[in-house]
Design a protein around this ligand. Structure first.
Ligand code: ADP
Length: 553
């Protein structure tokens, strides 16, 4: 008998057990394979009647051997589908074509369902197909896993698609494999402009300072090399339009069979956070500066109060001592020499004046510190006469200094507050005397300049400057001001290093003088060299009769 097989490969067919060519050993092998195969196997004749079914077949469908063998294979289909299944079977049997593995749903006896993969071949005798051999593999579990994986993939894809953070993937060469809408919006590209392109070269190619950013230095690219996840790395990416994009990136490697085959990168836009951070730092710096200034002012004020309380002792001692001396002389009936008496009284008045000045500084200091203006009442004033008066009040108090006045003209009128100008000049002359302990000449010059007074603040352009500018200088040959202190002498409570602890003072006078001069629309400057002397210059717009505008409350 000529028997063989007809299958996809043209061999490995099942030969009928007990055929003439089968050896006993073959039969044993076949039997064992048949009985213990994990796959279901069935042999059916041309009408679809089952000739043989292995235990795995019975187990797969839930039928007993007897329920299957000798019956139509179609019992494994729902009743309604059986006729059609038989039709199809017959067509397959007759067709010269043999289909590759087919996937099909199954219905078990107990009503449960599953999915199988079926491959089949034919048993041929005398050139005729006599039976079909089918091998059926239960792939229900695999299918279920595949479906679960597919569902998971879809779920992840949906999450990535909808995520507010930018997400993109790269392959092992760093080329973009996917990118979500948030990343596209952040980077300003379309998907087609990104996919397949090297991401580092596209969006991370330079440092914030503009220098090139080699991929070897990039923490994201390095994940491809070492497979180590990077979390929340602060980077600057580049928008399509070239603008910088501060971002926090995390990058996880995609590892297959122990090899890094790509990476997934997430990124969060932190430009707002950056801006807020910069603003916070800026405000902190301002607050810190303000605190330092306030602290410095407080320290200076405390220092000043200490100095003042110390310095006040000397005039009060003078007043006390001299008054007691006079009292004693009178009590003892000692005749008072008028010259001596005049000199003593002058000293008493001087001491009282010094106390008065200290008290004035104590009031003016906080006033200036609060940024309050002084009251100014401008009048038609002759600066030359005013200066002569102030000089006259100072000269008798010193015999070591020679106070000289040089006036460009016998009179120089302007609209100023005389009491306030006296205060300014008084401060400049007493400083010139006080800070020339060795004595010397103190020269007061008064002149004027034609034209308008130009100040850095722009008040020059108003009508108050029609009369030109008065120029008043006070020059001494005293100890001068150290270069480091020179820019600060007009600051409240600031005193030169060469006078602190040596000569009494409060550091208030010049700050007050500057404020008064500026309230007159003028400017005060100083030139000085330590050990040589100082020159203070006051520029005062002469103003006009409409100078009422300068009045302060
Ligand atoms: P005070 O004289 O009470 O200390 P001022 O505000 O009048 O306060 O002066 C501030 C500082 O400027 C002085 O402490 C001193 O260091 C310096 N200064 C002012 N005038 C002169 C001057 N003519 N010569 C040298 N130093 C001066």
């Amino acid at each position: 008998m000529d028997s063989g097989s007809d299958n996809r490969n043209g061999n490995h067919g099942v030969r009928q057990p007990g055929s003439a060519t089968m050896l006993p050993a073959d039969e044993h092998i076949l039997r064992a394979t048949w009985d213990f195969a994990a796959d279901a196997m069935v042999v059916s004749d041309r009408d679809g009647v089952v000739i043989a079914a292995n235990p795995a077949y019975c187990e797969l469908y839930g039928y007993s051997h007897e329920e299957v063998v000798g019956k139509s294979f179609a019992i494994i289909f729902p009743e309604d589908d059986r006729a059609q299944a038989v039709e199809l079977y017959k067509e397959t049997f007759a067709s010269p074509e043999i289909a590759p593995t087919v996937e099909s749903s199954i219905l078990r006896k107990d009503g449960s369902t599953g999915v199988v993969e079926v491959s089949y071949s034919f048993i041929v005798e005398n050139g005729q197909r006599t039976a079909m051999f089918s091998q059926i593999r239960d792939v229900s579990q695999r299918k279920q896993t595949q479906r679960a994986l597919e569902a998971e993939r879809l779920r992840s894809a949906t999450i990535i698609e909808a995520a507010a953070e930018g997400v993109y993937g790269i392959d092992s060469d760093g080329n973009c494999t996917f990118i979500n809408p948030a990343a596209l919006e952040f980077l300003g590209y379309t998907a087609s402009e990104c996919l397949g392109r090297n991401k580092h070269n596209l969006i991370h190619y330079k440092y914030p300072d503009g220098s090139p950013y080699p991929a070897e230095q990039c923490p994201i690219c390095n994940v491809l090399r070492d497979g180590v996840t990077r979390r929340l790395v602060e980077v600057t990416l580049w928008h399509k339009d070239g603008s910088p994009l501060p971002a926090l990136c995390s990058c996880a490697p995609k590892i297959v069979d122990g090899r890094v085959v790509g990476a997934i990168i997430t990124m969060v836009d932190i430009s707002e956070r950056k801006k807020a951070e910069e603003e916070r730092v800026r405000l902190l710096a301002i607050a810190e500066e303000a605190r330092a200034v306030a602290e410095q002012a407080l320290r200076a004020q405390e220092e000043m109060l200490l100095v003042v309380s110390h310095d006040l002792r000397s005039p009060t001692t003078v007043i006390k001592g001299m008054s007691q001396l006079l009292q004693m002389r009178i009590a003892r009936g000692i005749m008072l020499d008028p010259v001596q008496l005049t000199s003593d009284l002058t000293k008493l008045i001087d001491a009282a004046n010094r106390i008065d000045n200290f008290l004035q500084d104590l009031t003016n200091g906080p006033h200036i510190q609060r940024g309050q203006s002084f009251s100014i009442t401008p009048q038609h004033v002759d600066l030359v006469a005013l200066a002569r008066n102030v000089v006259a009040s100072h000269q008798p108090r010193t015999d070591r200094h020679k106070l000289m006045i040089e006036a460009q003209s016998p009179e120089l009128f302007g609209y100023w507050d005389p009491a306030r100008l006296e205060q300014v000049l008084d401060n400049l002359i007493s400083n010139a005397v006080k800070y020339s302990p060795q004595g010397g000449v103190v020269k007061i010059s008064i002149g004027y300049e034609k034209g308008s007074f130009t100040q850095e603040t722009d008040e020059a352009s108003d009508g108050q400057t029609e009369g030109g500018v008065a120029v008043l200088t006070v020059e001494d040959e005293g100890m001068g001001i150290p270069a480091d202190d020179l820019p600060h002498v007009f600051e409240l409570y600031r005193r030169g290093a060469n006078v602190r602890g040596v000569i009494g003072g409060t550091g208030v006078g010049l700050a007050g003088a500057q404020q008064l001069v500026e309230q007159h629309g003028g400017r005060i400057t100083v030139a000085s060299q330590e050990g040589v002397g100082s020159t203070f210059t006051v520029l005062l717009p002469r103003g006009s009769s409409n100078a009422d505008a300068q009045q302060e409350p």
